[in-house]
Design a protein. Structure first.
Length: 669
């Protein structure tokens, strides 16, 4: 079998395994076997770049970076649905439908209304060619690169699919994925997403598709363009399932075909009560006339179809009493107020706390101690206070005043210009900050200090043995032995882990420092861009902003970090301990492009866009995001933006095609 034939065979096998796992919930191979096949395909595709296919299973992991999402006009408007919150208005909908279709049996299909982002998928000859957000209904943003990473969206259809198919549905984030994202953001001291819908929307607009692939997004179709191919909405869903989509099924209860409005109301009543048992957020249900011929006769208004309506569930809310406001301190010193509530049952769980985020929220709500408040969950995981019942406020209620001093170390708080949060500046003396930085530092994706967990860090801080990560490398045997249950073997394991950490690559050391807004991906980009801690520390604002993936917010955080004498001292101490402060050149690296700066734009045949950027860095060059007079070359693929090309020509920056780039690095692929 030739490599090309094996590539085709592997792609077919992996697409089938993906469908079995994600769509049919009947996996036929283990995760290990799947990964083995995927790695084999990745290796073959790397050796045979002429076989590149954007719909290969290997593209699920992402890799492309998109600075701008092009606007696309929908082939047919993506209409919104008329909404109702009452059974009276719902009955009026049923009356209008049945009066318009006298003497006809009307069936209704009821579906859950997934709380996410509406997208339109286009398939040509069974291949996913474009994914576009709803936008204003007439046009939306092209998010194809990011949508390809969603495992439940088939890249290739199977069976008797039409030549052109457009599928509309909801991209959403299951609760488990949402909680994992927020845990990760909390560890990086970033603002948490308020609900899965916002997190899904933000994920689809990430510039780096490899980051989108990590988010765990899901997809559920609700409509397909091509009514001539089926007689009913239910039949269209069955067709979509046959072609490879995961669809709502009657057996799960997520869908019901109803011969009477009474059955439809029963569906709504059930899920309004049981929605908190679902693994994803819904904000209601959609009722549609089932038969396509009847849909056509009913028609649409300028804004919405007359044959469908959305029944919106009331937000899950309960009345409680604000007992007090507590304050949490993050690893960067950020102060987060939390409302302590009289326990109340809400959406199947007992709610005792609600996030207040910052001083501005407290002032906007005009909170007073002892206030009776409405607490809402709805699509939110983190309960929030929505309103204060002023009529129940006592005559002598005292306003909630934001803290002036840190609740842990009593240091006066500061609020930086342009930011909503207050901070404790006592970096080395505030226990939660010390513990938070240490836990971040030892994490698996940072220094990976296996065997040294959060409990050990808390003990070291409590005993006053450690105030900053560099202290870990200076602890004596006696100090380790002073910890409860730390015997000879535990001490040996700790010392071994610390020794291994000295070989951890520079990009992870940079991430481990815990610079605000600098996550794992940004740390990797910055490390490769500058090559060393010394070079990064000397970068000014302009240089930082020009770097790939670094914007003004990140640049400001980096500058502040390196202007802090305490952080500079910590970097010196970590360097003295033996941690990596420069990028170690990989095998095959050269200095061919040293001193050169590149902008990469467009789509390439033999590379993904990320692969070209990695090749530039491998050979000593730097990537930046925008064209300027300082840029050495623009590497242009198909579809390069005309404005970027014009700017390059105006500034005299040479534009290379893929072949010219290969010649430049003297490496034919």
């Amino acid at each position: 079998m030739t490599p090309s034939e094996r590539i085709v065979q592997l792609r077919a096998e992996l697409h089938a395994h993906n469908r079995k796992y994600y769509t049919e919930d009947t996996p036929t191979v283990s995760d290990t076997e799947f990964d083995f096949l995927l790695k084999e395909l990745e290796a073959l595709e790397a050796d045979n770049p002429e076989m590149f296919d954007p719909n290969s299973p290997t593209q699920r992991v992402g890799g492309e970076v998109t600075k701008r999402f092009a606007s696309v006009t929908h082939s047919a408007p993506m209409q919104s649905l008329a909404n109702t919150y009452s059974h009276e208005e719902l009955d009026a909908f049923f009356d209008r439908v049945e009066e318009a279709l006298p003497q006809e049996l009307v069936q209704y299909v009821c579906e859950l209304k997934y709380d996410g982002v509406a997208v339109n998928l286009r398939y040509d000859a069974g291949k996913l060619t474009q994914a576009v957000t709803r936008g204003d209904g007439t046009q939306g943003d092209d998010i194809t690169v990011n949508v390809r990473t969603i495992a439940t969206i088939p890249l290739l259809l199977r069976g008797d699919f039409p030549p052109v198919l457009e599928v509309r549905g909801e991209v959403f984030l299951p609760f488990a994925s949402f909680e994992a994202i927020n845990e990760d953001r909390a560890a990086q001291d970033l603002d948490l997403f308020m609900n899965p819908r916002n997190a899904a929307s933000g994920s689809l607009k990430l510039q780096d598709s490899s980051e989108v692939a990590k988010r765990g997004l899901d997809f559920m179709p609700y409509f397909a363009l091509g009514a001539s191919a089926w007689n009913s909405h239910r039949e269209s869903l069955e067709k979509l399932k046959a072609w490879g989509f995961k669809v709502p099924l009657q057996r799960t209860g997520f869908l019901a075909v109803c011969d009477h409005r009474v059955e439809a109301r029963a569906f709504l009543t059930r899920w309004e009560i049981e929605r908190d048992t679902l693994p994803f957020a819904i904000d209601g249900a959609v009722i549609k006339v089932n038969w396509v011929a009847q849909q056509r006769r009913l028609g649409s208004t300028a804004k919405a179809p007359r044959w469908a309506i959305a029944y919106k569930f009331k937000a899950l809310a309960a009345e409680s009493v604000l007992e007090k406001v507590m304050y949490q301190v993050g690893r960067t010193g950020a102060i987060t107020p939390v409302a302590q509530l009289t326990p109340v049952l809400l959406a199947g769980t007992v709610v005792k706390r609600a996030s207040l985020h910052n001083q501005d929220i407290i002032q906007k709500l005009d909170l007073h101690e002892g206030d009776t408040v409405m607490v809402e969950k709805g699509g939110e995981i983190i309960p929030k206070i929505t309103t204060v019942l002023l009529e129940k406020r006592g005559a002598h209620a005292v306003p909630v005043l934001f803290l002036l001093n840190c609740p842990e170390c009593q240091t006066p708080l500061v609020r930086k210009e342009g930011e909503a949060q207050h901070y404790c500046p006592n970096v080395l003396g505030c226990p939660p900050q010390i513990s938070g930085r240490l836990i971040h530092f030892i994490g698996r994706r940072a220094m990976d200090l296996d065997g040294l967990g959060s409990e050990t860090m808390a003990l070291l801080v409590e005993k006053g043995l450690v105030h900053r990560p560099s202290d870990l490398y200076n602890l004596s045997m006696d100090e380790w032995a002073s910890l409860p249950n730390f015997k000879e073997k535990s001490i040996a394991n700790a010392l071994s882990a610390l020794q291994r950490s000295k070989t951890v690559p520079f990009e992870r050391v940079l991430f481990a420092l815990g610079i605000r807004h600098v996550g794992e991906t940004v740390a990797k980009k910055m490390a490769r861009h500058w090559g060393s801690m010394e070079a990064l520390m000397q970068a000014d604002r302009t240089a930082l902003i020009e770097a790939d993936e670094v914007g003004e917010v990140i640049a400001e955080a980096v500058l502040r970090f390196f202007q802090d004498p305490l952080q500079l001292e910590e970097i010196h101490r970590l360097r003295q301990a033996g941690l990596q402060m420069t990028v170690v050149r990989q095998e095959g690296a050269s200095r061919t492009l040293e001193g050169m700066t590149f902008v990469v734009s467009g789509v390439f045949v033999g590379y993904s866009r990320d692969a070209i950027k990695e090749s530039i860095e491998l050979h000593g060059g730097r990537n930046v995001g925008s064209v300027s007079a300082k840029v050495s070359y623009v590497v242009a693929g198909e579809g390069m933006g005309p404005s970027k090309k014009a700017k390059a020509e105006a500034m005299g920056v040479k534009v290379l095609n893929e072949e010219e780039f290969n010649r430049l690095i003297a490496m034919e692929r």
